[in-house]
Design a protein around this ligand. Structure first.
Ligand SMILES: O=C(O)c1ccccc1NCC(=O)[C@H](O)[C@H](O)COP(=O)(O)O
Length: 210
């Protein structure tokens, strides 16, 4: 079964509704973003989550001491590194590190190999000139198929997914999990639980391989 992470939560009640709609994990953005949360808000969201729903902190080239402080203070389960963090940086946070990469070509998949020993999973996102994530853009899923086949860690597919296209994405790529932010929003940082439920249903209904 393909897992679902909903990223960019900014409100505890909404996080609870997103979990009730079927999300397996929620992402909390600590980088520059319209979805950025304070440590206090993040702590409230993590405390409100039901058991077995994971919290994922999202960071972009953050000072590692600050990452450690935020992770401990908020009780984050996983740490998603969405910038240019090298393998040794991720290794400091094993076994909680997830390395995200914005994908433009096969070179971006190759560039992830040195991270295999350091991370729990890879997250593949779309590249954009002006933002690190949450752009609503898709990328060439053939590259994600290749990543699933060739990388020695589970792959989380992100980038422009929504309830309308995620079934096709899952059927084609067969990722460990899918990640969505803007595709289930009513405004930046404000999730629509009905769209999250539709997204989760579409993932569950994706055709199995023949
Ligand atoms: O969501 C953000 O605003 C963000 C900002 C800076 C770094 C990462 C960010 N998001 C990370 C995610 O995991 C998003 O879910 C991912 O980029 C997909 O977003 P979308 O294309 O909007 O579904």
């Amino acid at each position: 079964m393909t897992r679902v992470k909903v990223c960019g939560l900014t409100d505890a009640a909404e996080a609870v509704a997103v979990a009730a709609a079927g999300a397996d994990a929620v992402g909390l953005v600590f980088a520059e973003s319209p979805r950025r949360v304070s440590m206090e808000t993040a702590r409230g969201i993590v405390a409100a989550l039901p058991p077995f729903v994971q919290s994922v902190g999202v960071f972009v080239d953050e000072d590692p001491a600050r990452v450690a402080e935020v992770a401990a203070a908020c009780g984050l389960d996983l740490l998603q590194f969405h910038g240019e963090e090298p393998p040794a940086y991720c290794a400091r946070f094993a076994p909680r590190a997830v390395k995200a990469r914005r994908v433009r070509s096969a070179d971006d998949i190759e560039a992830l190999r040195p991270y295999e020993a350091a991370v729990r999973a890879f997250l593949l996102d779309a590249w954009a000139p002006d933002a690190h994530g949450g752009t609503g853009r898709t990328f060439d899923w053939a590259l994600a198929v290749r990543a699933v086949r060739e990388l020695a860690r589970p792959v989380i597919l992100a980038g422009g997914l929504d309830p309308e296209n995620v079934g096709r994405a899952v059927a084609r790529v067969r990722p460990w999990a899918v990640d969505v932010s803007s595709g289930v929003e009513r405004a930046p940082g404000r999730k629509d639980p009905a769209r999250v439920a539709a997204f989760v249903r579409a993932v569950a209904a994706a055709p199995e391989p023949a």
